[in-house]
Ligand binder design. Structure first.
Ligand SMILES: CC(C)(COP(=O)(O)OP(=O)(O)OC[C@H]1O[C@@H](n2cnc3c(N)ncnc32)[C@H](O)[C@@H]1OP(=O)(O)O)[C@@H](O)C(=O)NCCC(=O)NCCS
Length: 183
């Protein structure tokens, strides 16, 4: 089967599934929270521990970013397979800095979904004049994520030693990475 990713009117050949990227709605919050909790059970991927963030926080983030940033989900076969967002920092002095979060849901990794969501967000960041910089933190051992970020032009800016206390008790370094729109 040919894989297609649709973004707005665009259809992108992906390989093996039909996937669509759309703006998240508050109704997606439960599925997103469940997918993050499932992802968090594998140490070394996301910072949070399972169940730590209340579903209401996901709902309000989606609502806030409808105007202040961009919150997208990837859908395939009627279910969510990923979510990602760009969230501006809160103070005026650094409101041009948008923090990236990206999660491909368990069972769907390494099928090009992360690539498609990151392209969507960075295309938007390139077009939106409010964005002066995109930042993220990635666990030092998460080489798959670092590969994706480097492929899109993110560069390492910092290493925060023993910053993450994982579910399995290990302390892990965090790598700070950044991307700048070309203007
Ligand atoms: C990291 C993540 C967003 C990547 O998305 P994805 O859909 O799985 O990845 P894609 O299929 O788009 O691309 C994967 C790429 O990583 C490469 N890769 C896979 N494992 C790798 C590894 N151990 N080291 C280096 N590169 C690796 C693949 O070869 C592929 O490269 P290519 O596009 O150049 O061929 C996704 O795996 C994910 O959400 N994981 C769980 C949560 C997470 O780690 N989020 C990021 C937190 S900072």
């Amino acid at each position: 089967m040919k894989k297609l990713c649709r973004r707005g009117n665009r259809a992108i050949a992906m390989g093996h599934v039909v996937m669509q990227i759309r703006i998240a709605t508050p109704a997606d919050a439960d599925a997103i929270a469940a997918a993050e909790a499932a992802t968090q059970r594998t140490p070394g991927l996301l910072v949070g521990h399972p169940g730590e963030i209340p579903v209401e926080a996901y709902r309000s983030k989606i609502a806030k970013l409808a105007t202040d940033g961009r919150y997208i989900v990837a859908e395939a076969d009627g279910g969510l397979v990923g979510h990602a967002f760009l969230d501006p920092m809160p103070m005026r002095a650094n409101a041009h800095v948008f923090t990236l979060t990206i999660v491909v849901h368990p069972g769907h990794v390494e099928r090009g979904i992360g690539n498609a969501m990151l392209r969507d967000l960075l295309d938007w960041a390139q077009r939106d004049a409010r964005v002066g910089k995109v930042e993220l933190n990635v666990r030092a051992g998460n080489l798959r994520a670092q590969h994706l970020y480097q492929k899109f032009g993110f560069v390492e800016e910092a290493r925060f030693r023993r910053r993450v206390h994982r579910l399995d008790g290990v302390f892990e370094d965090d790598i700070g990475m950044a991307w700048f729109p070309r203007r």
